[in-house]
Design a protein around this ligand. Structure first.
Ligand code: NAP
Length: 248
């Protein structure tokens, strides 16, 4: 008997887990993406794209598709879908795992300014002259009211909402190297970096470059993981959870 798994994705961890589980005949896997990015990196195996229609839509989708296990391997800042997964899986009686990579470890030479959310990051950024904004396109509107500083905005796709009046938009998808990040900070005379505490190796180079340049990083804290379900920090631990749960 195969175990049917829904992986809520949009991250490297979700793609890696889908790769492991689709290669195991004991599992039938559906990966789900929100559909935010125009040209997403797709996991192997079956993929569905688009929202479920809130908690109730997700609960119904789990029942209609006979899902046995749910893995929420979404981005640490995708707080809404994680909350929906917790509520929907809870009411459908389907075991749920939240996969959350750890946040970035702090180095003694780092100059980090931790802030609770994007509005607080915008208030802090207002004290600088030339700010590198790398928070994804959706949060840029929080900075739109600032006439100072000048922003270098980097995102995969263009921001859809309002943008600050003085900025340069750089469309690019990582991973980036420390050398290219360092050069970008130098070339644009950046005096502060704003980013979210996403963690993981793919986007860490900018933090190392900022440390080497001696500039502060305005670091937005993560939303909390919903209480109640199981948690894992790595793909290996998530894969162990799937195999254990499939044998219960
Ligand atoms: P969010 O605010 O937590 O979710 C907003 C809505 O988008 C959800 O209510 C849900 O719509 C839909 N949704 C989100 N993730 C989904 C998924 N994997 N499959 C199907 N529907 C999904 O999410 P977000 O911050 O906009 O992020 C969207 C996606 O991008 C996530 O899958 C995440 O892993 C990925 N991502 C996010 C970030 C980030 O910084 N936030 C960075 C990299 C990748 P319904 O209510 O209609 O179901």
């Amino acid at each position: 008997m195969t175990v049917k798994v829904l992986i809520l994705g949009g991250t490297r961890e979700a793609r890696e887990l889908a790769g492991l589980a689709t290669g195991d005949p004991g599992f039938e896997v559906v990966s789900s993406l929100a559909g935010r990015v125009r040209d997403p990196v797709l996991p192997v195996g079956e993929v569905r794209i688009g929202g479920f229609g809130g908690t109730e839509g997700l609960r119904k989708w789990l029942a209609d598709n006979d899902i046995d296990l749910v893995v929420d391997a979404t981005h640490p800042f995708a707080g809404t879908i994680s909350a929906h997964a917790a509520q929907a899986a809870g009411s459908a009686g389907v075991p749920l795992l939240h996969v959350r990579r750890p946040g970035w470890a702090e180095h003694p030479d780092d100059h980090r300014l931790r802030v609770p959310d994007l509005p607080a990051a915008a208030r802090t950024a207002a004290g600088y002259e030339r700010v590198f904004l790398t928070i994804g396109r959706q949060g840029v509107a929080h900075f739109a009211g600032l006439t100072r500083p000048w922003f270098l905005i980097r995102a995969i796709d263009p921001p859809t909402g309002e943008v600050p009046p003085h900025h340069l938009l750089l469309l690019a998808r990582g991973p980036f190297t420390v050398d290219t990040e360092f050069e970008l900070l130098r070339e644009h005379r950046i005096d502060a970096l704003v980013t979210k505490d996403s963690g993981g190796g793919l986007t860490e180079a900018k933090l190392i470059a900022a440390r080497r340049r001696g500039i502060p990083v305005i670091l937005v804290d993560r939303p909390p993981v919903p209480a109640g379900a199981d948690r894992a920090e790595t793909v290996a631990a998530a894969w162990r959870w799937l195999r254990q749960r499939s044998q219960i």
